[in-house]
Write a new protein. Structure first.
Ligand SMILES: [Zn+2]
Ligand SMILES: [Zn+2]
Length: 91
């Protein structure tokens, strides 16, 4: 069966029912969402990063190519994306 390694826990994930662009939650990693993507012709799993709005606590998706210092908006305000201790935050 086709499988890939979860970037969160390192466990093999069965991808036989998945196609490129599909998203799913890793059964081993609490709250970790994975997306099946193609990189240089190879299917791979990437972790969908989320960050919570400081005002409403809604979880916002961090765009794949976002970098610390990028601006994200919610609640009619803009926030700067930071990355510390392995997690994204907005301030
Ligand atoms: Zn995992
Ligand atoms: Zn908000």
């Amino acid at each position: 069966m086709p499988s890939l390694t979860c970037p969160g826990c390192g466990e093999e994930v069965d991808i036989s029912d998945l196609k490129e662009g599909d998203r799913f939650d890793c059964t081993n990693c609490a709250g970790l969402t994975l997306e099946l993507v193609r990189r240089e012709g190879e299917l791979t799993l990437r972790q969908v990063q989320r960050v919570s709005c400081p005002l409403c606590n809604q979880m916002l998706e961090v765009p794949e190519h976002a970098r610390p210092g990028d601006i994200m908006s919610c609640c009619g305000q803009t926030f700067r994306l930071t990355y510390e201790f392995g997690a994204y935050a907005l301030e």
